[in-house]
Design a protein around this ligand. Structure first.
Ligand code: ZN
Length: 357
C-alpha cells in the first residue's frame, strides 16, 4: 500500500494532510519541504517528487511570497506577500495534479509583526472554502516563539479555531530556531531558548488538541537556519523522543502522539536526520541547500557558455552566429531547475521519502 492508496494527487487539505503524516510516521519517513519563490522552483520541486514517486511539501515564506508576486510591488501592508502567496498556491493547485503527486501547500514562519500576511492568506482560504468546500492552502505556520509561552499558545488557539473548520493544518513553533532566515535574525538568542522542554510541548498539545487534531509543532532542539561550519551547531534530535514519551505518558500510552517539524535542517548529518524521523518528525525544511542547488546549474552554464552570452550575435563559432539558444531564459533557468531537481531528490532520499506512492 502506498500514499496514493490513502490520499489523492494534487493539493491535500483537511484530514488528508493528517493521513499523509500518519502514514509517514508509521513507515518511519518524513517529507522535505522546499521553499519556493517562483513557478520555476515550484515546477522543479514537483518534477523531482514525480520522478522518485514521493509526496512533497511546497512552502512560501513571507519574503518568498512577495518575490512570487514581484519585487516591484509595494509590500508595506503585506499586500505583495498576500498576493504572491495566493498566486503560488493557485499555481501549485493548477499544475500539481499533472505531476501526479500529493502536495501539502504550506506557508512558512509568520511572526507577530507579519500577522497581516497571515490574515490575508486566511481570508483567501475562507473565500476559497465558500466556493470549493476546502481551503486554498493545506497548512500555515504561526511562529510566535519570541513571545511568552502563554501568549504564543493563546494566539495559536485563536487562529486554530478559525482554521480547523476550514480543514487547514496549523504548524506552530515553540522555542527558537537560531540563525538568520528571510530577514529574521536570531543569531544572538539565549541558548536555553534553542531547546524546548517536554512540559512546554505538552502545554501546546493540550491546548490545540481541544480545537482539532490537525496541527504540528516545530520544537527547538538546537536548530539553526542556514549552513555553518560543522561543529558550530549542536543538534539534539534525541530530545524529540523525550517530548513524544512525555506526551505519550500523559495520553495513557498513545504511541508518538506528536507531529513534529524539523526547521534549520540544512547541513544536518544523516544520523541526526534519522534520529529526528524516528522520533516523529514528519516534515523537514531544507531551504538553504536548495537555494544553493538552484544557483549551481545557472552558475555553471553561464561560466561555461560565457563567450556565447556577451552579445546577441557572435560567438567562438563565428562572428555572425546568433546566441538566442543560449540566452533564452528557458535554457539557462532550466539548468538551475535541473540541479534543484537533483537536490530535492537527495533531500527526499535522506528522509526515506522515495518510492512512497
Ligand atoms: Zn524555519
Amino acid at each position: 500500500m502506498g500514499v496514493l492508496d490513502i490520499v489523492p494527487a494534487g493539493v491535500l487539505t483537511g484530514d488528508n494532510v493528517r493521513k499523509l503524516f500518519d502514514y509517514a510516521k508509521q513507515n518511519n519517513f518524513a517529507i522535505p519541504v522546499c521553499n519556493c519563490t517562483s513557478s520555476s522552483t515550484v515546477n522543479a520541486v514537483l518534477e523531482a517528487a514525480r520522478d522518485i514517486k514521493s509526496p512533497i511539501i511546497i512552502q512560501v515564506s513571507q519574503g518568498g511570497s512577495a518575490y512570487f508576486a514581484g519585487k516591484g510591488l509595494a509590500n508595506d501592508k503585506q499586500q505583495a506577500s498576500i498576493t504572491g502567496a495566493i498566486a503560488a498556491a493557485l499555481h501549485v493547485r493548477t499544475v500539481a495534479k499533472e505531476y501526479g503527486v500529493p502536495v501539502v501547500m504550506h506557508s512558512d514562519h509568520c511572526a507577530h509583526k507579519l500577522l497581516p500576511w497571515f490574515d490575508g492568506m486566511l481570508k483567501a482560504d475562507e473565500e476559497y472554502f465558500k466556493a470549493h468546500g476546502e481551503p486554498l492552502f493545506s497548512s500555515h505556520m504561526l511562529d510566535l516563539s519570541e513571545e511568552p509561552k502563554e501568549q504564543n499558545i493563546a494566539t495559536c488557539v485563536e487562529y486554530f479555531k478559525r482554521m480547523a473548520p476550514l480543514g487547514l493544518w496549523l504548524e506552530m513553533e515553540i522555542g527558537i530556531t537560531g540563525g538568520e532566515e528571510d530577514g529574521v535574525d536570531n543569531t544572538g538568542v539565549d541558548n536555553s531558548k534553542l531547546y524546548t522542554q517536554p512540559e512546554d510541548i505538552w502545554d501546546v498539545y493540550d491546548a490545540l488538541s481541544k480545537v482539532g487534531p490537525n496541527f504540528s509543532i516545530a520544537a527547538a532542539f538546537g536548530n539553526v537556519h542556514g549552513v555553518y561550519k560543522p561543529g558550530n551547531v549542536r543538534l539534539h534530535p534525541e530530545l524529540l523522543g523525550k517530548h513524544q514519551a512525555y506526551a505519550s505518558q500523559k495520553l495513557g500510552g498513545k504511541e508518538k502522539p506528536l507531529y513534529l517539524v524539523f526547521h534549520g535542517g540544512s547541513g544536518s548529518t544523516k544520523e541526526e536526520i534519522r534520529t529526528a524521523v524516528t522520533n516523529g518528525v514528519v516534515k523537514m525544511n531544507v531551504d538553504t541547500d536548495t537555494q544553493f542547488a538552484y544557483l549551481q546549474g545557472i552558475r555553471d552554464f553561464v561560466l561555461k557558455k560565457k563567450d556565447y552570452l556577451m552579445t546577441q550575435v557572435g560567438n567562438p563559432e563565428g562572428a555572425d552566429k546568433p546566441n538566442k539558444k543560449f540566452y533564452d531564459p528557458r535554457v539557462w533557468v532550466r539548468e538551475g531547475e535541473k540541479t534543484l531537481v537533483e537536490r530535492v531528490k537527495v533531500a527526499c532520499a535522506d528522509l526515506g521519502n522515495v518510492n512512497r506512492l
